[in-house]
Design a protein around this ligand. Structure first.
Ligand code: ZN
Length: 296
């Protein structure tokens, strides 16, 4: 009997030790990806991120410690080749998951903030606006494919991914109704951004995209482009323009002075206090827009 008990405790010890060693590690690039994956991974999966809060995913230069981090990954998740594509070149890239590939085509919008026609075969995920996570319904639409893909890459947690994706989907419906309510009184207002980061949000909730300082992410504006933008802001009657914590506020401040408008802070990335979870991130942006645009 004693021998049997000893055998059981050895098996149990080996089992729990093995379970610890085989805990799935999902490495994500930036906070929005981290926040979404966290919702469907649950506590049994170790979800990590590479980019510290405050850095821009578009221009981020991976460090040696990021290479080390990516090597531990069972799955490495990023947004898109034309968003945070440096992730695909990290050594941990054997199980790569590019989220934008899972987004149904009817949700795609281009860099002018307009819906991509389903018949336009010249448009691929390489030339759409990649900030889809700013629309809770776009995130909801990719969840079934996301749960399926993660389940194939990590079969031991398949049931968890599928159940959590369904629960998150229900929370996103609720979030959508909240945001719709918050932005109800500012529908139809024009929004000027630092870079085209929240156009999925504007498109979903009936706001108009006026333009950005960066026409595309990371694109340096010419003096002529800035002069035209200032003119557009004046003509639109907007009372505010928007900066982001991941970008310098120098250009925004001087444009705001010229156009005589206030500056508010939108945050498409989050990861800081009050903007950590996916819901907090979206609600922060909705409330900021509502506040800034209410006075127009
Ligand atoms: Zn961006």
């Amino acid at each position: 009997m004693k021998k049997l008990l000893l055998l059981f405790s050895i098996i149990f010890a080996l089992g729990s030790c093995g379970a610890q060693n085989t805990k799935t590690i999902i490495v994500t690039t930036s906070n929005p990806v981290f926040a979404i994956i966290k919702e469907i991974a649950g506590p049994r999966v170790d979800v990590r991120y590479i980019i510290p809060p405050g850095a821009s995913p578009h221009t981020y230069q991976p460090k040696p410690s990021d290479v080390y981090k990516s090597q531990a990954a069972n799955v490495l998740v990023y947004v898109a080749d034309n968003n945070d594509g440096w992730a695909a070149k990290l050594p941990g890239s054997r199980n790569l998951l590019q989220l934008v590939e899972l987004l149904p085509r009817e949700f795609w919008i281009d860099y002018r903030g307009e819906k991509v026609s389903p018949d336009d075969t010249t448009i691929t995920t390489k030339n759409i606006d990649t900030h889809f996570w700013m629309d809770p319904l776009a995130v909801k639409a990719l969840l079934p494919a996301l749960a399926d893909t993660l389940s194939k890459l990590d079969p031991q947690n398949a049931a968890t991914y599928r159940t959590n994706a369904e629960l998150f989907s229900n929370r996103l419906d609720l979030l959508h109704r909240q945001v719709d309510n918050i932005l109800h009184n500012v529908k139809g207002r024009t929004v000027f951004l630092h870079h085209p980061s929240i156009m999925y949000l504007l498109n979903r909730y009936g706001l108009i995209y006026g333009g950005s300082i960066e026409e595309a992410p990371g694109k340096e504006p010419s003096p002529k482009y800035i002069a035209t933008l200032i003119q557009k802001i004046r003509e639109s009657g907007a009372k505010a323009i928007f900066n982001e914590p991941q970008l310098s506020d120098k250009a925004v401040r001087s444009i705001a002075d010229e156009a005589n408008v206030s500056v508010y802070l939108l945050d498409p990335v989050g990861g800081t206090s009050g903007r950590e979870s996916y819901q907090e991130l979206i609600l922060y942006n909705a409330r900021t827009l509502a506040k800034a645009l209410a006075g127009d």
